[in-house]
Design a protein around this ligand. Structure first.
Ligand SMILES: Nc1ncnc2c1ncn2[C@@H]1O[C@H](COP(=O)(O)OP(=O)(O)OP(=O)(O)O)[C@@H](O)[C@H]1O
Ligand SMILES: [Mg+2]
Length: 255
């Protein structure tokens, strides 16, 4: 399997919650110029594995991660790694839109401000505008930047959260079922956005919706019982899976 620009690479990653193992010896390499979809039945470890990629599991006391994860060849679990910096480089968008209870402007400006990315108010305003444009939300909010982020519709809130992730100039964006709380129109909007963002960021999306995985991703990883069962080109995973468990899942035998 050839990868054009390896960006994130996991080697033999396992995760335990206390004595219970949730992810088993997963090795996978994700590329800069592709969208990677993680699919698999509920409880198979998709979110747990996704969270290892920006050390979100650090916030769960019982979670223990082993193995190695490299971002541009650099070990993200090395003691020298600045975790705040890492989470700016590897941003995350959650299942339920979670804007801060602050204005639309402040939601996007917060990250660039704490990371010192703007030299003044004008530059901060430019970053906010650029991020909202890139997230496909600018036209809908440009006249109400002082309104609360929580006053937007669900789909708009999710695009605001994507703008917030983009604003700190990330390299990778992790999305954990970003559309599961959205209606079909808002979902289509996010899928278009993912297509637009492809190539600018390495994108990983967890989804239960196999049509969505087929539409938005170039590569798909199928997880089952904590294992990475099969990883390959999305077209091949959906038309000619090599593993019986993948075939059973995509044909709806379980899930
Ligand atoms: N904070 C936690 N503490 C203990 N166990 C957890 C925790 N989070 C997840 N688990 C367990 O780890 C396993 C994998 O969960 P995970 O949330 O990663 O699955 P998932 O594939 O994302 O499922 P879903 O599709 O339902 O979101 C499950 O058995 C789950 O119960
Ligand atoms: Mg999950």
């Amino acid at each position: 399997m050839t990868l054009q620009t390896p960006k994130l690479s996991a080697q033999n990653v396992s995760v335990h919650y206390g004595a219970k193992q949730a992810v088993r010896d997963v090795s996978i390499t994700m590329s800069m110029d592709e969208v990677t979809a993680f699919i698999g039945p509920s409880g198979c470890g998709k979110s747990t594995f996704l969270r290892t990629l920006n050390r979100m599991n650090d916030t769960i006391p019982s979670a223990k991660v082993s193995g190695e994860i490299l971002l541009d060849g650099e070990d993200i679990y090395a003691p020298s790694m600045d975790v705040v910096q890492l989470r700016a480089r590897v941003g995350m968008v959650f299942q339920k839109p979670n804007p801060f209870p602050k204005s639309i402007f402040e939601n996007v400006a917060y990250g660039p401000r704490i990371h010192g990315l703007a030299s003044g108010r004008a530059e901060l305003g430019e970053i906010v505008e650029r991020s909202l444009k890139r997230a496909g939300l600018w036209d809908e909010v440009k006249d109400r930047l002082d309104d609360s982020g929580t006053a937007l519709s669900g789909g708009q809130q999710q695009r605001l959260c994507i703008a917030r992730a983009i604003a700190v100039d990330p390299e990778v964006i992790l999305m954990d079922e970003p559309c599961s709380a959205l209606d079909p129109i808002a979902t289509a909007r996010i899928e278009e956005l993912i297509a637009d963002l492809r190539g600018k960021y390495a994108i990983v999306i967890v989804t239960h919706n196999m049509q969505q995985a087929a539409r938005v991703s170039q590569r798909t990883a199928f997880f089952h019982l904590g294992e990475l069962v099969e990883y390959g080109l999305t077209d091949e995973i959906f038309t000619a899976p090599r593993q019986p468990r993948t075939k059973d899942y995509i044909t709806g035998r379980y899930g």
